[in-house]
Ligand binder design. Structure first.
Ligand code: MN
Length: 171
């Protein structure tokens, strides 16, 4: 994606310190390493009713300790606004969490399509060896609620166990 009005956000390990569990492993890594970048096309102003935004997330492969690289994750400020995710390439898991903190993962493979209900928090996790590339489409008035996740996180973590991704309940 390129050209106006495409915007880009880049997140490094430094930006994501609070989301990973293994602080010792994190401290041994390069804080400037890119974890993910999002480019999104906003043809209307955020908050506009009836519009749509389109985004592409590129999430790098990697782990902090046994925990896979992931995005911050968020709820939508407007809990009635849903979102589509479509996997372009790579392998991962879309972790979702309901308002009552029930948490589950959907396997992402090239071509898989995922529907996120408006009331669910959502986070991408790269469980593969290649960048996970994901398309997303969401309403222009969905907004973001990052603070709920920043305060309490998700109720489960996706870790590698015996070479396979496992969703560990906790918190
Ligand atoms: Mn969203």
């Amino acid at each position: 994606m390129s050209g106006e009005p495409v915007q880009e956000s880049l997140k490094t390990l430094q930006d994501l310190q609070a989301v990973f569990n293994d602080r010792a492993a994190l401290a041994s890594m390069d804080a400037g390493s890119e974890v993910y970048r999002v480019r999104w096309w906003a043809p209307v102003q955020p908050g506009t009713e009836g519009g749509l935004f389109w985004g592409v997330t590129v999430l790098q492969p990697g782990k902090v300790g046994d925990e896979y690289f992931m995005t911050h994750g968020h709820f939508h400020a407007n809990r009635t606004r849903a979102e589509f995710y479509g996997t372009v390439s790579g392998n991962g898991v879309l972790v979702q969490m309901s308002a009552d903190r029930r948490t589950w993962g959907e396997t992402m493979t090239p071509g898989s399509l995922h529907y996120v209900r408006g009331e669910n928090a959502h986070r991408l996790v790269n469980t593969g060896d290649l960048p996970l590339v994901v398309w997303a489409c969401w309403p222009s008035d969905a907004g973001y609620d990052y603070s709920t996740i920043a305060e309490r996180g998700f109720a489960a973590r996706l870790v590698e166990h015996d070479g396979k991704p496992v969703l560990l309940e906790g918190e």
